[in-house]
Design a binder for this molecule. Structure first.
Ligand code: IDC
Length: 287
């Protein structure tokens, strides 16, 4: 629900890594996404451990200024915005916990009064990360956010690239306004993950799809729009929020802009990838 207690569904796109594709965080891009793509939220993906990531040699001040710009552009378009601490290569979010604590302390101090920011504290724990280690991390990071923003929605990932929501359901966090993320890539994750999602929601778990792909989990390979449609049917039935990967023109299937297009806003349909065309069409069809 929104801050007035009204039911709301958020949907839109995730940026690619802000360190690598910063050019898409601009006012005109966000206007295009709002006006032409009909989306109401953008996810800002701040990689932590990949080369040039925030906690691995990245230019922290520059990356934070991209985040601040993204928040400003989303806000001026009346959109929500997700600040995503994009744990991936680091596997266990505790690896860069000190940076996470400092980052969320600084950002939530600055934006304490905003009602349109959602904090995602660990994109995709994986490898040796367990629900216990994610929980222990969350129990330290959430109070830092809450100290400045007492009721912001906070998104928490789970092991196996944010697929183990059943583990979160069995042992949830002890805070209000927490949602658990589920990520899927339609050509890789199918019926069994959908069925897990249904079970968890039916048991009352608040779930948020902060990232999905229409292709396979590599972000590349062929698109599977049949499976994507099955997922979206479920998503709409449960009024879940959902965000597609990713806003860039990299030569990979999941990129929504065609690799030959260097424009950073006002894309025509012909300047979008197959994925981008399909998603824009879907978003435009929503009320
Ligand atoms: C991928 C990008 C790719 C980049 C890679 C870095 O598409 O260009 O080189 O990350 O490791 C996820 C992650 C997301 C991945 C994406 C596709 O959240 O960061 O992006 N994916 O592999 N989870 C499942 C798939």
């Amino acid at each position: 629900m929104d801050q007035n207690g009204e039911k709301i569904q958020l949907y839109g796109v995730s940026t690619h890594g802000l360190a690598w594709f910063p050019q898409y965080v601009n006012e005109d891009a966000f206007r295009t996404l709002h006006d032409d793509w009909n989306i109401n939220c953008v996810r800002l993906a701040l990689y932590t451990d990949e080369y040039g990531g925030y906690a691995n040699g990245g230019d922290k001040e520059n990356l934070k200024s991209i985040i601040r710009n993204g928040i400003a552009y989303a806000t001026s378009q009346d959109m929500y915005v997700i600040v995503d601490w994009h744990v991936l290569n680091d596997r266990d979010p505790n690896v860069h916990k000190a940076d996470a604590l400092a980052f969320f302390e600084e950002i939530t101090t600055e934006y304490a009064d905003y009602t349109n920011i959602i904090y995602e504290i660990c994109n995709e724990p994986n490898g040796h990360a367990t629900w216990e280690s994610v929980k222990s991390y969350a129990n330290e990071v959430i109070p830092v956010i809450r100290a400045h923003d007492e009721d912001a929605v906070i998104l928490v990932g789970s092991p196996t690239w944010s697929q183990d929501i059943d583990k979160a359901a069995a042992d949830p966090l002890d805070f209000d306004n927490i949602m658990y993320t589920l990520h899927f890539y339609a050509d890789t994750h199918r019926e069994s993950l959908r069925s897990r999602l249904e079970t968890c929601i039916d048991n009352g778990l608040p779930v948020f799809i902060s990232e999905f792909g229409t292709c396979d989990a590599s972000g590349n390979g062929g698109n599977n729009f049949d499976q994507t449609s099955k997922w979206l049917e479920l998503i709409e039935n449960y009024n879940l929020s959902f965000f597609s990967w990713s806003l860039c023109n990299k030569a990979e299937t999941s990129a929504v802009i065609s690799p030959s297009c260097s424009k950073t806003s006002d894309w025509t349909e012909g300047e979008l990838s197959e994925t981008g065309k399909w998603l824009r069409n879907y978003f435009r069809g929503k009320d």
